[in-house]
Design a protein around this ligand. Structure first.
Ligand code: PLP
Length: 386
């Protein structure tokens, strides 16, 4: 879907204020002033000060996963690029080619894992669930008991294509009791939902800088067991996405092997400090929950219908059915909201006409109230009735 917008500036002028909008999207998201200021420093990638920041950021990431840095079992490896690059690095490096990977799918990001695995010539199988239903732990248990060839299982924690929250804790226990390795795409949940690897066993967790951690886009990371990394030496299909080599490089001299996104690393470091100052993941989760609940009740009052059952809904992003009134045209709705400083997101479901509104990033109840007020104005301008 091509979304129209205001023309980009063509000169060297500073970015006009009109581009500064509230992003009700799954990311990139609104960042704090402090995070943006952290990016105003040009740091040398081999400078000891930057090397220290990389080290601290890796330790901060482990702590956020419930791991102490003295625990040598796990390590956090930053990887240049968006979240998908980190997923591709993890699959390409950590999944053996002799056994089978089982992908649990209930949305577009599960399909993406399957696509990546196929490209990498990983033997792969999948269990497909309805896009509006959570992955079922019992189905996974039954499948694993009948398929000894499966050695690894992959799950998307929060399927951002709908906002559905999969039962991570239950599935992690099913997978680890069945003695398989568990890989989790926690791209849109890490930092916004509590994930403690010590009580919710996960072998590999993948996320990125620009979602619930509220940093800038450009960096993914993989938190994984050192033991699995060691076994992955020489396996990766790619030079730049080789997680083992990235880890060895970081352990050797604290540096990225290839040019790191220095500004993005500085932003992430600052963003995690602010997450801790906010009160940690629990407090952030509460803010996101408040945002989502306020949004949902406001949207219901306006006449919109949510696609998901409340029990399955994450605080990350919500999906709404398009109104049936022919006056409602999503492109116009998007543009009118954008003119009012609010950016929403198109839908990503195979069979349902819908759109999405995110509730994460540097947003609070005032922002949600502003959005709801703007939606009301737009509906009235478009003469939409429910
Ligand atoms: C659950 C999930 N996985 C993977 C991705 C892909 O991340 P990226 O777009 O940063 O490559 C996203 C992006 O929204 C996501 O939400």
């Amino acid at each position: 879907m091509l979304l129209t917008g205001m023309d980009a500036p063509t000169t060297n002028q500073p970015m006009p204020e009109k581009y500064n909008k509230r992003l009700f999207t799954p990311g990139p998201l609104n960042t704090s002033v402090e995070v943006r200021e952290a990016m105003s420093i040009d740091m040398g990638s081999r400078d000891p000060a930057f090397i220290k920041i990389i080290q601290q950021t890796r330790e901060q990431l482990l702590r956020l996963a419930g791991l102490t840095t003295s625990e040598a079992d796990y390590t956090a490896i930053p990887m240049q690029g968006s979240g998908t690059f980190a997923i591709e690095a993890a699959l390409g490096s950590l999944v053996p080619r002799e056994s089978t990977l089982l992908v649990l799918i209930n949305g577009a990001y599960g399909h993406r894992i399957l696509d990546i695995a196929r490209r990498l010539n990983i033997q792969v199988d999948y269990l497909q669930f309805d896009e509006t239903q959570a992955v079922c732990p019992q189905t996974v248990r039954d499948y694993l008991s009948e398929h000894p060839e499966v050695a690894d299982v992959a799950l998307v924690h929060c399927e951002t294509s709908t906002g559905i929250l999969n039962p991570l804790q239950e599935i992690s226990h099913v997978v680890t009791q069945a003695k398989r390795r568990f890989l989790v795409d926690a791209m849109s949940s890490f930092g916004g939902l509590n994930i403690d690897v010590t009580t919710c066993p996960i072998d590999t967790l993948i996320a990125s800088s620009n979602k619930c951690l509220q940093g800038a886009p450009g960096l993914g990371f993989v938190i994984t067991r050192v033991e699995h990394l060691r076994m992955s030496k020489g396996r990766c299909h790619s030079l730049s996405l080789d997680l083992y080599e990235q880890w060895r490089g970081l352990e050797r001299n604290g540096q990225f092997r290839f040019t790191p996104p220095t500004h993005v690393v500085l932003a992430l470091h600052q963003a995690i400090e602010q997450l801790v100052a906010e009160g940690g993941v629990e407090t952030r989760n509460q803010r996101y929950e408040n945002n989502q609940q306020l949004l949902m009740s406001g949207m219901n009052q306006l006449g919109f219908q949510a696609v998901l059952d409340t029990a399955l809904q994450s605080p990350i992003i919500s999906t709404f059915h398009m109104p049936s009134d022919p006056h409602f045209e999503f492109e116009r709705f998007y543009d009118l909201l954008s003119e009012r400083g609010c950016i929403i997101y198109p839908g990503k479901l195979s069979h349902t006409d819908c759109f999405r509104i995110g509730t994460i990033g540097d947003l609070n109840d005032n922002d949600i109230t502003t959005l709801l007020q703007s939606i009301r104005e737009c509906l009235s301008l478009m003469q939409v009735e429910f």
